[in-house]
Design a protein around this ligand. Structure first.
Ligand SMILES: [Ca+2]
Ligand SMILES: [Ca+2]
Length: 233
């Protein structure tokens, strides 16, 4: 996906995709940096200047491959604030300080129940749904790679968005029975003469299924409140 560039800060900004395997987070403990993050790289050296992770240890395939929107926002004291606006696939709309990656604000722009809120550092307070119950947004997310935009004249942020759900399932532990041995007369390939023994998957596996997606357009705005910014109105 296209990144963004601030020539004054000499930083390039890039969104990063999901960790793998997508829906088996037990196989990859920890935050899985820098998946589902935005990274700021020095434009001359490529060195990492800062990062902000939207979805640590992502359970839901919430790639962060949206285009970073850079806004020089007029503050009430007449100065200009260097912001980054981000409608994330995980359903939250973020405002970051693009000089250092500091979290400014974040609010849902579609119905969300995988997390109840974001804490003071922008980390999600997760509320995992029971197996089989609907999780919002589903694996398609609240948006994806479709180009967002910002108008300085309206101070509105524009993005393609939709509401949908998915469900997590816990697979039961199981093992497949070995296949019957192949006979020499049934195959000329010596590699198959000993037959094929297969052990099935063991342990917990999870998968996600999406249903009931309806498209809608979402228009969000940012406004200043006492020097802090609210991303959604
Ligand atoms: Ca997780
Ligand atoms: Ca993905």
């Amino acid at each position: 996906m296209t990144g963004s560039y601030d020539p004054d800060l000499n930083l390039t900004y890039w969104g990063i995709g999901n960790p793998d395997p997508d829906w088996n987070p037990e196989q990859r403990p920890g935050d899985n940096l820098y998946s589902d993050s935005v990274v700021a790289l020095n434009a001359d050296t490529g060195e990492l200047e800062w990062y902000f992770q939207f979805t640590p240890n992502d359970d839901y395939d919430y790639d962060s491959v949206q285009v970073p929107v850079l806004v020089d926002y007029p503050a009430q004291d007449g100065s200009t604030v260097k912001l980054m606006l981000w409608g994330n696939r995980n359903g939250f709309f973020y405002v970051l300080d693009r000089r250092n990656g500091q979290f400014v604000s974040g609010d849902p722009y579609v119905f969300v129940n995988w997390a109840e809120s974001l804490d003071d550092n922008g980390r999600p307070v997760e509320t995992p749904q029971a197996p089989g119950d609907p999780t919002y947004p589903g694996p398609a997310g609240g948006t994806n790679w479709y180009a967002p935009s910002y108008s300085p004249s309206t101070q509105l942020f524009y993005l393609s968005a939709w509401e949908g759900q998915g469900s997590i399932f816990e697979a039961e532990e199981s093992a497949l029975s070995p296949l019957p041995r192949a006979t020499a007369s049934s195959s000329s390939d010596s590699r198959t003469k000993e037959g094929l023994r297969t052990k099935g998957p063991r342990g917990s596996q999870r998968s996600c299924l999406s249903t009931n997606i309806s498209a809608k357009a979402a228009i969000l705005s940012s406004s200043t409140q006492s020097g802090r910014r609210r991303g959604v109105r």
